[in-house]
Ligand binder design. Sequence first.
Ligand code: SF4
Length: 506
Amino acid sequence: MPVKDLTVGPLLEAEKEKPSRDRDPVHPQLARPQKVGFVSLGCPKNLVDSEVMMGLLARAGAELTRRAEDADVIVVNTCSFIESAQQESINTILEMAGLKTTGKAKKLVVAGCLVERFRDQIRKDIPEVDAVVGTGELENILAATGVASPASSTNSPFTILTSRPEGDARAAQGRFSRESWDGAIGDLPNYLYDEETPRVLATPRHMAYIKIAEGCDHPCTFCIIPQLRGQFRSRRFASVVAEAERLAQSGVREITLIGQDTTCYGEDFGLKDGLALLLEKLAAIEDLRWVRFLYAYPNKITGKLMETIASHEKICSYMDVPLQHASASVLKRMKRGGGADVFLGSIAKMRQTIPDLTLRTSFIVGFPGETEKEFEELCDFVREVQFDWMGTFSYSDQEGAAAFDLDKKLSPREIERRRKHLMSIQRQISKKKKKKLIGREFDLLLEGESEETELLLEGRTPMHAPEIDGKVFVNDFPEDSKPEPGRFYRCEITEAHDYDLVARIV
Ligand code: SF4
Protein backbone atom coordinates (compact mmCIF):
# COMPACT_ATOMS: atom_id res chain seq x y z
CA MET A 1 0.00 0.00 0.00
CA PRO A 2 1.51 3.33 -0.97
CA VAL A 3 2.07 5.52 2.04
CA LYS A 4 3.80 8.78 1.47
CA ASP A 5 6.12 9.60 4.35
CA LEU A 6 7.03 13.21 4.34
CA THR A 7 10.59 14.34 4.10
CA VAL A 8 10.33 16.88 6.82
CA GLY A 9 12.21 20.03 5.97
CA PRO A 10 13.33 22.70 8.40
CA LEU A 11 10.96 25.31 9.72
CA LEU A 12 11.33 28.31 7.44
CA GLU A 13 14.16 30.55 8.62
CA ALA A 14 11.90 33.56 9.14
CA GLU A 15 9.74 31.45 11.43
CA LYS A 16 12.66 30.33 13.57
CA GLU A 17 13.64 33.96 14.03
CA LYS A 18 10.27 34.84 15.51
CA PRO A 19 10.49 35.80 19.18
CA SER A 20 9.16 32.99 21.33
CA ARG A 21 6.33 35.19 22.62
CA ASP A 22 4.85 35.07 19.08
CA ARG A 23 4.74 31.31 19.05
CA ASP A 24 1.84 29.20 20.21
CA PRO A 25 1.94 28.39 23.91
CA VAL A 26 2.94 24.79 24.59
CA HIS A 27 0.49 22.71 26.54
CA PRO A 28 1.48 23.22 30.19
CA GLN A 29 1.19 19.49 30.98
CA LEU A 30 3.76 18.46 28.39
CA ALA A 31 7.07 17.72 30.05
CA ARG A 32 8.92 16.93 26.82
CA PRO A 33 8.23 17.83 23.20
CA GLN A 34 5.69 15.59 21.51
CA LYS A 35 7.09 13.69 18.55
CA VAL A 36 4.63 14.02 15.70
CA GLY A 37 4.73 11.90 12.54
CA PHE A 38 2.81 12.94 9.43
CA VAL A 39 1.47 10.96 6.50
CA SER A 40 0.19 13.20 3.73
CA LEU A 41 -1.98 11.69 1.00
CA GLY A 42 -3.47 13.14 -2.16
CA CYS A 43 -2.59 16.20 -4.17
CA PRO A 44 -0.15 19.10 -3.65
CA LYS A 45 -3.02 21.18 -2.23
CA ASN A 46 -3.33 18.67 0.58
CA LEU A 47 0.45 18.64 0.96
CA VAL A 48 0.43 22.40 1.61
CA ASP A 49 -2.19 21.81 4.33
CA SER A 50 0.15 19.22 5.86
CA GLU A 51 3.03 21.70 5.69
CA VAL A 52 0.92 24.33 7.45
CA MET A 53 -0.12 21.89 10.19
CA MET A 54 3.50 20.81 10.64
CA GLY A 55 4.53 24.47 10.79
CA LEU A 56 1.95 25.20 13.49
CA LEU A 57 3.09 22.14 15.46
CA ALA A 58 6.80 22.94 15.12
CA ARG A 59 6.20 26.51 16.20
CA ALA A 60 4.35 25.25 19.25
CA GLY A 61 7.37 23.15 20.22
CA ALA A 62 6.56 19.72 18.78
CA GLU A 63 9.30 17.62 17.28
CA LEU A 64 8.52 16.27 13.81
CA THR A 65 9.68 12.81 12.91
CA ARG A 66 9.85 11.00 9.59
CA ARG A 67 9.40 7.61 11.22
CA ALA A 68 5.82 6.84 12.20
CA GLU A 69 7.15 4.08 14.53
CA ASP A 70 8.91 6.73 16.64
CA ALA A 71 6.01 9.14 16.86
CA ASP A 72 3.97 9.86 20.00
CA VAL A 73 1.25 11.24 17.77
CA ILE A 74 0.53 10.26 14.17
CA VAL A 75 -1.43 12.52 11.84
CA VAL A 76 -2.88 11.15 8.60
CA ASN A 77 -3.89 13.95 6.24
CA THR A 78 -6.40 12.25 3.97
CA CYS A 79 -7.78 12.60 0.45
CA SER A 80 -11.39 11.96 -0.52
CA PHE A 81 -11.41 13.00 -4.17
CA ILE A 82 -12.44 9.64 -5.64
CA GLU A 83 -13.22 6.20 -4.28
CA SER A 84 -9.69 4.84 -4.70
CA ALA A 85 -8.32 7.85 -2.78
CA GLN A 86 -10.84 7.23 0.01
CA GLN A 87 -9.80 3.59 0.16
CA GLU A 88 -6.12 4.51 0.31
CA SER A 89 -6.89 6.96 3.12
CA ILE A 90 -8.77 4.32 5.12
CA ASN A 91 -6.04 1.72 4.60
CA THR A 92 -3.43 4.21 5.80
CA ILE A 93 -5.47 5.14 8.88
CA LEU A 94 -5.82 1.44 9.75
CA GLU A 95 -2.11 0.83 9.24
CA MET A 96 -1.24 3.77 11.48
CA ALA A 97 -3.85 2.64 14.03
CA GLY A 98 -1.83 -0.58 14.30
CA LEU A 99 1.12 1.45 15.57
CA LYS A 100 -0.87 2.35 18.66
CA THR A 101 -0.43 -1.28 19.73
CA THR A 102 2.90 -2.19 18.16
CA GLY A 103 4.64 1.21 18.21
CA LYS A 104 5.00 4.16 20.52
CA ALA A 105 2.03 6.09 19.27
CA LYS A 106 -0.42 7.25 21.92
CA LYS A 107 -2.61 9.31 19.62
CA LEU A 108 -3.93 9.06 16.09
CA VAL A 109 -5.34 12.16 14.41
CA VAL A 110 -7.12 12.09 11.05
CA ALA A 111 -7.21 15.31 9.05
CA GLY A 112 -8.26 16.46 5.59
CA CYS A 113 -10.96 15.80 3.03
CA LEU A 114 -12.07 12.41 4.38
CA VAL A 115 -12.98 14.15 7.64
CA GLU A 116 -15.19 16.66 5.83
CA ARG A 117 -16.95 13.77 4.08
CA PHE A 118 -17.15 11.08 6.79
CA ARG A 119 -16.57 12.92 10.07
CA ASP A 120 -18.84 10.84 12.31
CA GLN A 121 -18.23 7.55 10.57
CA ILE A 122 -14.46 7.74 11.04
CA ARG A 123 -14.86 8.19 14.78
CA LYS A 124 -17.52 5.52 15.04
CA ASP A 125 -15.89 2.84 12.88
CA ILE A 126 -12.23 3.39 13.80
CA PRO A 127 -12.12 3.79 17.58
CA GLU A 128 -8.32 4.15 17.52
CA VAL A 129 -8.82 7.63 16.02
CA ASP A 130 -8.53 10.14 18.86
CA ALA A 131 -9.37 13.34 17.00
CA VAL A 132 -10.36 14.64 13.59
CA VAL A 133 -9.42 17.92 11.93
CA GLY A 134 -11.34 19.15 8.87
CA THR A 135 -9.91 21.13 5.97
CA GLY A 136 -11.21 24.37 7.46
CA GLU A 137 -9.83 23.75 10.95
CA LEU A 138 -6.09 23.39 10.40
CA GLU A 139 -5.11 25.36 13.47
CA ASN A 140 -7.07 22.86 15.59
CA ILE A 141 -4.21 20.43 14.94
CA LEU A 142 -2.53 21.87 18.05
CA ALA A 143 -5.33 20.82 20.37
CA ALA A 144 -6.04 17.60 18.48
CA THR A 145 -2.46 16.38 18.90
CA GLY A 146 -2.24 17.69 22.46
CA VAL A 147 0.79 19.78 21.53
CA ALA A 148 -0.78 23.05 22.66
CA SER A 149 -3.71 23.87 24.88
CA PRO A 150 -7.07 24.15 23.14
CA ALA A 151 -7.34 27.82 24.07
CA SER A 152 -4.52 28.65 21.67
CA SER A 153 -6.05 26.91 18.74
CA THR A 154 -9.77 27.41 18.70
CA ASN A 155 -10.18 30.87 17.22
CA SER A 156 -9.04 31.07 13.63
CA PRO A 157 -7.12 34.22 12.78
CA PHE A 158 -6.81 32.99 9.22
CA THR A 159 -10.44 32.84 8.18
CA ILE A 160 -11.13 35.15 5.29
CA LEU A 161 -14.46 36.27 3.99
CA THR A 162 -14.37 36.96 0.28
CA SER A 163 -16.44 35.29 -2.40
CA ARG A 164 -17.26 35.49 -6.09
CA PRO A 165 -20.81 36.39 -7.13
CA GLU A 166 -20.93 33.06 -9.04
CA GLY A 167 -20.06 31.26 -5.83
CA ASP A 168 -22.75 33.07 -3.87
CA ALA A 169 -25.31 32.23 -6.56
CA ARG A 170 -24.29 28.57 -6.57
CA ALA A 171 -24.42 28.50 -2.78
CA ALA A 172 -28.03 29.74 -2.99
CA GLN A 173 -28.75 26.91 -5.43
CA GLY A 174 -27.37 24.35 -2.96
CA ARG A 175 -24.04 23.55 -4.69
CA PHE A 176 -22.22 23.40 -1.36
CA SER A 177 -24.90 21.57 0.60
CA ARG A 178 -23.67 18.72 2.79
CA GLU A 179 -26.95 18.01 4.50
CA SER A 180 -27.06 14.37 3.47
CA TRP A 181 -23.55 13.72 4.79
CA ASP A 182 -23.54 12.07 8.15
CA GLY A 183 -21.84 14.30 10.71
CA ALA A 184 -20.67 17.04 8.34
CA ILE A 185 -20.42 20.25 10.31
CA GLY A 186 -22.75 23.04 9.22
CA ASP A 187 -20.10 25.63 8.38
CA LEU A 188 -18.28 25.16 5.12
CA PRO A 189 -14.50 25.33 5.38
CA ASN A 190 -13.35 28.93 5.03
CA TYR A 191 -9.72 28.70 6.04
CA LEU A 192 -6.75 30.05 4.14
CA TYR A 193 -3.20 30.32 5.40
CA ASP A 194 -1.23 33.50 4.86
CA GLU A 195 2.38 34.67 4.75
CA GLU A 196 2.53 34.77 8.55
CA THR A 197 1.44 31.16 8.94
CA PRO A 198 4.39 28.88 9.71
CA ARG A 199 5.05 26.13 7.16
CA VAL A 200 7.48 23.24 7.27
CA LEU A 201 8.29 22.41 3.67
CA ALA A 202 7.99 18.74 2.81
CA THR A 203 9.34 19.25 -0.70
CA PRO A 204 13.05 19.33 -1.61
CA ARG A 205 14.71 22.53 -0.45
CA HIS A 206 14.80 24.08 -3.90
CA MET A 207 11.09 23.89 -4.72
CA ALA A 208 7.82 24.81 -3.05
CA TYR A 209 4.14 24.97 -3.77
CA ILE A 210 2.18 28.08 -2.92
CA LYS A 211 -1.54 27.77 -2.51
CA ILE A 212 -2.97 31.00 -3.91
CA ALA A 213 -6.64 30.15 -3.48
CA GLU A 214 -8.85 27.55 -1.89
CA GLY A 215 -12.28 26.11 -2.62
CA CYS A 216 -14.16 26.01 -5.90
CA ASP A 217 -17.38 27.53 -7.26
CA HIS A 218 -17.73 25.45 -10.41
CA PRO A 219 -20.73 23.17 -10.86
CA CYS A 220 -18.95 20.06 -12.28
CA THR A 221 -21.42 17.26 -11.64
CA PHE A 222 -18.82 14.55 -10.90
CA CYS A 223 -17.03 16.53 -8.20
CA ILE A 224 -17.56 16.99 -4.46
CA ILE A 225 -14.54 19.20 -3.88
CA PRO A 226 -16.69 22.34 -3.46
CA GLN A 227 -18.52 20.61 -0.56
CA LEU A 228 -15.20 19.44 0.90
CA ARG A 229 -13.25 22.66 0.52
CA GLY A 230 -15.88 25.39 0.45
CA GLN A 231 -16.47 28.40 -1.75
CA PHE A 232 -13.65 29.83 -3.82
CA ARG A 233 -11.55 32.43 -2.01
CA SER A 234 -8.18 33.93 -2.91
CA ARG A 235 -5.25 34.81 -0.76
CA ARG A 236 -4.35 38.47 -0.74
CA PHE A 237 -1.98 39.47 -3.54
CA ALA A 238 0.60 40.94 -1.15
CA SER A 239 0.46 37.82 1.01
CA VAL A 240 1.37 35.51 -1.87
CA VAL A 241 4.18 37.81 -3.00
CA ALA A 242 5.55 38.06 0.54
CA GLU A 243 5.52 34.28 0.89
CA ALA A 244 7.26 33.82 -2.46
CA GLU A 245 9.95 36.34 -1.47
CA ARG A 246 10.50 34.58 1.83
CA LEU A 247 10.73 31.19 0.15
CA ALA A 248 13.24 32.56 -2.38
CA GLN A 249 15.33 33.97 0.47
CA SER A 250 15.38 30.56 2.13
CA GLY A 251 16.77 28.86 -1.01
CA VAL A 252 13.65 27.96 -3.03
CA ARG A 253 14.27 28.41 -6.76
CA GLU A 254 11.09 26.98 -8.25
CA ILE A 255 7.56 27.87 -7.25
CA THR A 256 4.40 26.11 -8.39
CA LEU A 257 1.16 27.97 -7.78
CA ILE A 258 -1.81 25.79 -6.91
CA GLY A 259 -5.50 26.05 -5.99
CA GLN A 260 -8.61 24.16 -7.14
CA ASP A 261 -8.80 26.72 -9.93
CA THR A 262 -5.82 29.04 -10.17
CA THR A 263 -7.26 30.97 -13.12
CA CYS A 264 -10.04 32.48 -10.96
CA TYR A 265 -7.38 34.00 -8.70
CA GLY A 266 -8.35 37.44 -7.43
CA GLU A 267 -11.89 37.50 -8.85
CA ASP A 268 -13.30 37.58 -5.33
CA PHE A 269 -11.38 40.85 -4.83
CA GLY A 270 -12.66 42.22 -8.12
CA LEU A 271 -9.18 41.76 -9.63
CA LYS A 272 -9.09 41.22 -13.38
CA ASP A 273 -6.37 38.95 -14.73
CA GLY A 274 -5.19 38.37 -11.16
CA LEU A 275 -3.14 35.28 -12.01
CA ALA A 276 -1.29 37.07 -14.83
CA LEU A 277 -0.51 40.02 -12.53
CA LEU A 278 0.67 37.68 -9.82
CA LEU A 279 2.93 35.74 -12.18
CA GLU A 280 4.42 39.00 -13.44
CA LYS A 281 5.21 40.04 -9.89
CA LEU A 282 6.73 36.68 -8.96
CA ALA A 283 8.85 36.65 -12.11
CA ALA A 284 10.50 39.81 -10.80
CA ILE A 285 11.80 38.07 -7.66
CA GLU A 286 15.50 37.82 -8.33
CA ASP A 287 16.32 34.52 -6.66
CA LEU A 288 13.47 32.59 -8.29
CA ARG A 289 14.31 30.77 -11.49
CA TRP A 290 11.09 28.96 -12.46
CA VAL A 291 7.48 29.88 -11.71
CA ARG A 292 4.52 27.89 -12.98
CA PHE A 293 0.90 27.26 -12.09
CA LEU A 294 -1.32 24.19 -12.25
CA TYR A 295 -5.08 23.60 -12.58
CA ALA A 296 -6.26 26.18 -15.13
CA TYR A 297 -9.97 26.21 -15.94
CA PRO A 298 -10.38 26.05 -19.75
CA ASN A 299 -12.58 29.10 -20.31
CA LYS A 300 -10.57 31.27 -17.90
CA ILE A 301 -7.37 31.40 -19.95
CA THR A 302 -7.18 35.00 -21.09
CA GLY A 303 -5.01 36.64 -23.75
CA LYS A 304 -3.23 38.56 -21.01
CA LEU A 305 -2.38 35.31 -19.19
CA MET A 306 -0.92 33.74 -22.34
CA GLU A 307 1.05 36.88 -23.19
CA THR A 308 2.40 37.06 -19.65
CA ILE A 309 3.66 33.48 -19.86
CA ALA A 310 5.18 34.15 -23.27
CA SER A 311 6.96 37.33 -22.27
CA HIS A 312 8.73 36.22 -19.07
CA GLU A 313 11.60 33.83 -19.20
CA LYS A 314 11.10 32.74 -15.59
CA ILE A 315 7.48 31.73 -16.15
CA CYS A 316 7.62 28.21 -17.54
CA SER A 317 5.93 27.81 -20.94
CA TYR A 318 3.73 25.20 -19.39
CA MET A 319 -0.05 24.97 -19.12
CA ASP A 320 -1.99 22.43 -17.11
CA VAL A 321 -5.61 22.58 -18.27
CA PRO A 322 -7.77 19.68 -17.07
CA LEU A 323 -10.36 19.45 -19.86
CA GLN A 324 -12.17 16.36 -18.44
CA HIS A 325 -13.70 15.44 -21.82
CA ALA A 326 -13.94 16.60 -25.43
CA SER A 327 -17.47 15.58 -26.40
CA ALA A 328 -19.81 18.59 -26.07
CA SER A 329 -22.69 16.38 -24.93
CA VAL A 330 -20.66 14.74 -22.15
CA LEU A 331 -19.25 18.11 -21.10
CA LYS A 332 -22.80 19.44 -20.92
CA ARG A 333 -23.80 16.60 -18.61
CA MET A 334 -20.68 17.31 -16.60
CA LYS A 335 -21.86 20.96 -16.41
CA ARG A 336 -18.55 22.21 -17.71
CA GLY A 337 -19.40 23.42 -21.20
CA GLY A 338 -17.08 23.60 -24.18
CA GLY A 339 -16.27 20.80 -26.56
CA ALA A 340 -13.65 19.67 -29.07
CA ASP A 341 -14.12 22.63 -31.47
CA VAL A 342 -13.96 25.26 -28.74
CA PHE A 343 -10.95 23.59 -27.14
CA LEU A 344 -9.12 23.20 -30.44
CA GLY A 345 -9.54 26.93 -31.01
CA SER A 346 -8.15 27.92 -27.62
CA ILE A 347 -5.29 25.40 -27.80
CA ALA A 348 -4.29 26.80 -31.21
CA LYS A 349 -4.25 30.27 -29.67
CA MET A 350 -2.15 29.07 -26.72
CA ARG A 351 0.37 27.44 -29.02
CA GLN A 352 0.47 30.50 -31.24
CA THR A 353 1.08 32.87 -28.34
CA ILE A 354 3.44 30.72 -26.26
CA PRO A 355 6.29 29.29 -28.32
CA ASP A 356 7.37 25.80 -27.29
CA LEU A 357 4.36 25.39 -25.01
CA THR A 358 4.17 22.22 -22.93
CA LEU A 359 0.50 21.28 -22.61
CA ARG A 360 -0.86 18.98 -19.93
CA THR A 361 -4.44 17.86 -19.44
CA SER A 362 -6.51 15.18 -17.76
CA PHE A 363 -9.73 13.43 -18.73
CA ILE A 364 -12.44 11.40 -17.07
CA VAL A 365 -13.65 8.36 -18.98
CA GLY A 366 -16.81 6.40 -18.30
CA PHE A 367 -18.97 9.33 -17.18
CA PRO A 368 -22.60 8.11 -16.84
CA GLY A 369 -24.15 7.67 -20.26
CA GLU A 370 -20.85 8.08 -22.16
CA THR A 371 -21.58 6.36 -25.47
CA GLU A 372 -19.02 4.62 -27.64
CA LYS A 373 -19.39 7.51 -30.09
CA GLU A 374 -18.72 10.14 -27.42
CA PHE A 375 -15.70 8.19 -26.25
CA GLU A 376 -14.43 7.99 -29.84
CA GLU A 377 -14.82 11.78 -30.08
CA LEU A 378 -12.51 12.06 -27.12
CA CYS A 379 -9.98 9.66 -28.68
CA ASP A 380 -10.00 11.63 -31.95
CA PHE A 381 -9.51 14.86 -30.05
CA VAL A 382 -6.50 13.43 -28.19
CA ARG A 383 -4.99 12.26 -31.49
CA GLU A 384 -5.49 15.68 -32.98
CA VAL A 385 -4.17 17.82 -30.13
CA GLN A 386 -1.09 15.73 -29.34
CA PHE A 387 -0.76 16.70 -25.68
CA ASP A 388 2.66 16.59 -24.09
CA TRP A 389 1.30 15.11 -20.88
CA MET A 390 -2.09 13.57 -20.22
CA GLY A 391 -3.73 11.81 -17.30
CA THR A 392 -6.91 9.75 -17.45
CA PHE A 393 -9.19 9.11 -14.48
CA SER A 394 -11.87 6.45 -14.40
CA TYR A 395 -15.24 7.94 -13.47
CA SER A 396 -15.86 7.36 -9.77
CA ASP A 397 -19.40 7.56 -8.42
CA GLN A 398 -19.54 9.96 -5.46
CA GLU A 399 -22.59 10.27 -3.26
CA GLY A 400 -23.30 14.00 -3.00
CA ALA A 401 -22.15 14.72 -6.55
CA ALA A 402 -24.95 15.50 -9.02
CA ALA A 403 -23.76 12.75 -11.40
CA PHE A 404 -24.49 10.18 -8.69
CA ASP A 405 -28.18 10.40 -9.60
CA LEU A 406 -27.66 10.03 -13.35
CA ASP A 407 -28.77 6.88 -15.19
CA LYS A 408 -26.80 4.70 -17.54
CA LYS A 409 -23.78 4.03 -15.38
CA LEU A 410 -21.05 2.11 -17.17
CA SER A 411 -19.59 -1.07 -15.72
CA PRO A 412 -16.19 -0.76 -14.02
CA ARG A 413 -14.83 -3.18 -16.60
CA GLU A 414 -15.93 -1.01 -19.51
CA ILE A 415 -14.61 2.12 -17.82
CA GLU A 416 -11.24 0.45 -17.34
CA ARG A 417 -11.19 -0.66 -20.99
CA ARG A 418 -11.75 2.92 -22.10
CA ARG A 419 -9.11 4.28 -19.73
CA LYS A 420 -6.53 1.83 -21.00
CA HIS A 421 -7.44 2.53 -24.60
CA LEU A 422 -7.13 6.30 -24.20
CA MET A 423 -3.82 5.94 -22.41
CA SER A 424 -2.48 3.64 -25.14
CA ILE A 425 -3.21 6.39 -27.69
CA GLN A 426 -1.39 8.89 -25.54
CA ARG A 427 1.56 6.54 -25.01
CA GLN A 428 2.19 6.50 -28.77
CA ILE A 429 1.85 10.29 -28.97
CA SER A 430 4.17 10.79 -26.05
CA LYS A 431 6.75 8.38 -27.46
CA LYS A 432 6.81 10.27 -30.76
CA LYS A 433 6.99 13.67 -29.11
CA LYS A 434 9.74 12.66 -26.71
CA LYS A 435 11.80 11.23 -29.57
CA LYS A 436 11.75 14.61 -31.29
CA LEU A 437 13.50 16.11 -28.27
CA ILE A 438 16.67 14.05 -28.82
CA GLY A 439 19.58 16.36 -29.54
CA ARG A 440 17.89 19.45 -28.08
CA GLU A 441 19.27 21.36 -25.09
CA PHE A 442 17.30 22.49 -22.05
CA ASP A 443 17.86 23.91 -18.59
CA LEU A 444 17.67 21.14 -16.04
CA LEU A 445 16.99 21.37 -12.34
CA LEU A 446 18.90 18.52 -10.78
CA GLU A 447 16.87 16.75 -8.10
CA GLY A 448 19.45 14.22 -6.95
CA GLU A 449 19.99 10.51 -7.15
CA SER A 450 17.36 8.67 -9.15
CA GLU A 451 14.66 6.94 -7.16
CA GLU A 452 14.98 3.97 -9.53
CA THR A 453 18.71 3.36 -9.40
CA GLU A 454 21.59 5.01 -7.62
CA LEU A 455 23.61 4.76 -10.84
CA LEU A 456 21.61 7.60 -12.36
CA LEU A 457 20.77 11.15 -11.39
CA GLU A 458 17.35 12.63 -11.92
CA GLY A 459 16.12 16.09 -12.80
CA ARG A 460 13.44 18.15 -14.48
CA THR A 461 13.30 20.67 -17.32
CA PRO A 462 10.71 23.49 -17.59
CA MET A 463 8.57 20.92 -19.45
CA HIS A 464 8.29 18.84 -16.27
CA ALA A 465 6.13 19.97 -13.36
CA PRO A 466 7.14 18.47 -10.01
CA GLU A 467 5.85 14.96 -9.28
CA ILE A 468 3.26 14.62 -12.07
CA ASP A 469 5.20 14.49 -15.32
CA GLY A 470 7.79 12.04 -16.68
CA LYS A 471 11.38 12.03 -15.53
CA VAL A 472 14.72 13.07 -16.93
CA PHE A 473 17.46 10.61 -16.04
CA VAL A 474 20.99 12.00 -16.18
CA ASN A 475 23.63 9.42 -17.09
CA ASP A 476 26.56 11.60 -18.05
CA PHE A 477 28.25 14.81 -16.96
CA PRO A 478 31.67 16.38 -17.52
CA GLU A 479 34.40 14.49 -15.70
CA ASP A 480 35.62 17.46 -13.67
CA SER A 481 32.13 18.41 -12.43
CA LYS A 482 30.17 17.23 -9.42
CA PRO A 483 26.49 17.95 -10.08
CA GLU A 484 24.63 19.10 -7.00
CA PRO A 485 20.91 18.63 -6.27
CA GLY A 486 18.93 21.85 -6.33
CA ARG A 487 21.17 23.48 -8.96
CA PHE A 488 20.47 24.25 -12.60
CA TYR A 489 22.51 22.81 -15.47
CA ARG A 490 22.35 22.86 -19.21
CA CYS A 491 21.56 19.40 -20.57
CA GLU A 492 21.23 17.66 -23.91
CA ILE A 493 18.56 15.00 -24.43
CA THR A 494 20.24 11.82 -25.64
CA GLU A 495 17.52 9.15 -25.41
CA ALA A 496 13.74 9.04 -25.21
CA HIS A 497 11.33 6.46 -23.81
CA ASP A 498 7.51 6.49 -23.78
CA TYR A 499 7.36 9.19 -21.13
CA ASP A 500 10.87 9.57 -19.70
CA LEU A 501 14.00 11.12 -21.15
CA VAL A 502 17.72 10.49 -20.73
CA ALA A 503 20.07 13.46 -20.78
CA ARG A 504 23.70 14.41 -20.32
CA ILE A 505 24.87 17.54 -18.59
CA VAL A 506 26.88 19.58 -21.08
S1 SF4 B 1 -13.36 22.86 -11.34
FE1 SF4 B 1 -14.86 21.20 -11.26
S2 SF4 B 1 -13.56 19.37 -11.06
FE2 SF4 B 1 -12.26 21.07 -10.48
S3 SF4 B 1 -12.51 21.22 -8.24
FE3 SF4 B 1 -14.01 22.62 -9.15
S4 SF4 B 1 -15.91 21.42 -9.27
FE4 SF4 B 1 -14.21 19.96 -8.98
